[in-house]
Design a protein around this ligand. Structure first.
Ligand code: DC
Length: 232
C-alpha cells in the first residue's frame, strides 16, 4: 500500500468490450493491494437512471439534465476500502448496472460529450490520493494521461465473442453467437469512432493481446511490467 511520502501509482487499463480489461484490472489491483475502479460503471449508472426516468438514451439534453440533477459518485466500500460502490441519488447500485437493458442503453450515452465531462471529475478524484488500477476506454488518453503505467488490452473478435457468450450464457441470457458477433462489432465501431474520447491506445501504452491467455496469465504479465519499473 501507499506510504504518504510518495505520489500514488496510477495504472490505466483500456481496451474494447470483452478484452478482459475489467477482470484483469481487478485481479491486478488485488495482487498489488491497490484500489480498483471499473469506470464503465459510472456510464452505466447514468444509463440506469435514464431508463428509470423514461428518458430516451439518445436524448442528449434529457440525459444531461438527469446527470446534472443526480451525478453518480464513486464511494469506497466500507467493508473493503480498496473496493468501491456507485452511489446515485443516495442509493448504492450493484448488479442492476449490468442488466442487458443498461448494456444496450449505455453506448449512446457514453458518446455524449456533456455526460463524459461530468463524469471525469469523479474518476480523477478517485485516483488522487491512492494507488489505483482503473479500467475503461479513455483512462490512459484522457482521464489519467499522466498515469505511471498504461496498458491497452486487445483480443480477436472471435475470442471476445466466445468469452462474452459464455458469461451471458452462465447468467441465463440467451443470445446466439452470430447476434453477439454483430453486437460486438457494432459496439467497437461506436466506441472507436465517437467524437469525444474514443476508445484509443495511448501512444505510450503497452499493448497486450489476450486472445490466447487466461486472466491469471495477463495479470502475471502486467504485474511483471509494474514490478520491473518499480525496482529501486
Ligand atoms: O466497460 P463497460 O461495458 O461496462 O462500459 C459501459 C459503456 O461505457 C460502454 O459503452 C463503453 C463506455 N465507457 C466509456 O466510454 N469510457 C470509459 N472510461 C468506460 C466505459
Amino acid at each position: 500500500m501507499r506510504t504518504p511520502d510518495r505520489a500514488p501509482v496510477q495504472i490505466a487499463i483500456d481496451g474494447p468490450v470483452a478484452s478482459g480489461k475489467s477482470t484483469v484490472a481487478k485481479r491486478l489491483a488485488q495482487r498489488l493491494g491497490f484500489a480498483f475502479l471499473d469506470t464503465g460503471a459510472l456510464y452505466r449508472a447514468v444509463a440506469f437512471m435514464a431508463l428509470q426516468s423514461g428518458v430516451k438514451p439518445n436524448d442528449e439534453r434529457g440525459v444531461d439534465a438527469l446527470a446534472e440533477r443526480a451525478l453518480p459518485e464513486v464511494v469506497s466500500d466500507e467493508r473493503d476500502p480498496r473496493s468501491y460502490r456507485i452511489r446515485l441519488d443516495g442509493r448504492l447500485l450493484g448488479p442492476e448496472l449490468f442488466a442487458p437493458a443498461v448494456s444496450q442503453a449505455v453506448s449512446p450515452i457514453a458518446a455524449m460529450p456533456a455526460v463524459r465531462k461530468r463524469l471525469i471529475g469523479a474518476q480523477r478524484a478517485f485516483a488522487l490520493h491512492r494507488d489505483v488500477v482503473m479500467a475503461g476506454r479513455d483512462i490512459g488518453t484522457v482521464v489519467l494521461p499522466q498515469a505511471r503505467f498504461k496498458f491497452f488490452l486487445t483480443a480477436s473478435v472471435d475470442a471476445r465473442v466466445d468469452r462474452r457468450w459464455r458469461e451471458l450464457h452462465d447468467a441465463g441470457i440467451r443470445i446466439t453467437r452470430e447476434e453477439l458477433h454483430a453486437e460486438i462489432v457494432a459496439r467497437d465501431l461506436r466506441d472507436t469512432t465517437r467524437a469525444v474520447s474514443p476508445l484509443a491506445k495511448a501512444p505510450d501504452a503497452i499493448v497486450v493481446d489476450t486472445s490466447d491467455l487466461t486472466i491469471e496469465e495477463v495479470a502475471d504479465s502486467l504485474e511483471r511490467t509494474v514490478a520491473a519499473k518499480n525496482q529501486p
